[in-house]
Unconditional design. Sequence first.
Length: 263
Amino acid sequence: MNYMRNRVYFFTGTGNSLNVAQMIAARLGDCEIMAIRKRADLDVPPDLDRVGFVFPIYFCGLPGMVVDFLRNAVFPAQANTYMFAVAAFGGLIGNALPQIKHLLQDKGISLDYGAGVRSFANAVSFYEMKKNVDKITRKADKRAQKVIKAIAAKRQRKIGNGLKQIERIYQQNIPQFSERAKAYTVNADCVSCGICTSVCPARNIELANGKPVFGSHCEACLACIQYCPKRALNDGEKTKDRRRYTHPRIGHEMIAAYYQENE
Ligand SMILES: Cc1cc2nc3c(=O)[nH]c(=O)nc-3n(C[C@H](O)[C@H](O)[C@H](O)COP(=O)(O)O)c2cc1C
Ligand code: SF4
Ligand code: SF4
């Protein structure tokens, strides 16, 4: 089988990470974009030129599904493959880069480069969405271009070992994510379009009688609530009066297409 020379894996809720992955792929050329979602292909091909991971930050660390992917993936010997990681974070990058460095080390892989791209903070369960989407997007794009230049040049960047206090924040919050969607409600504005199911990386939503029903393996990515065109989904009362956010260049169809392609 012939593979493209470069591969970038992404995990996303609202499109920020996919946007960075697409920018990387466009700059590098000959680059395959692969989704990290439940039942993703775990075999990383040998002899690639570059392999990268792009993801959001959840409670100062990696999304649970990215951790699972890295633990379960089958990596060939690293040889000359340049490995990189980019965190599309909202304001506090925390320990995510040390965490991915250690997870790769466990597989005998060394991370050559890691960096953050400050992006729109999307956690609508916790706070209101900012209004200045265009300005934040422009700034994120500018930063992403710098990071991509470094990746194209195969620059090396040492990543530290992280902070214990921050690790505690992550450990306290991450295990509770799987049941989060149990608090989500659907109102009468739902038009049974199925968009929420199509953007869920965890395959945690099914339509029953045309209405979403949530399972017990939520990643708390908020894609369902944010992409719902009717604002019919809410996290209890918390999100009812808050604005919604999705990346301006990443529509729900685009995310769904990657998920279907990587089936
Ligand atoms: C549950 C949850 C927790 C989050 N925690 C953090 C955090 O600790 N630090 C941070 O910088 N951003 C945090 N964010 C914001 C996202 O990391 C950020 O908006 C990211 O760019 C979203 O990427 P996406 O559009 O690819 O999903 C959090 C978002 C969610 C949904
Ligand atoms: S995205 Fe919204 S309108 Fe569409 S099925 Fe889901 S809840 Fe209903
Ligand atoms: S149920 Fe919603 S918040 Fe949970 S993983 Fe699926 S899309 Fe994300």
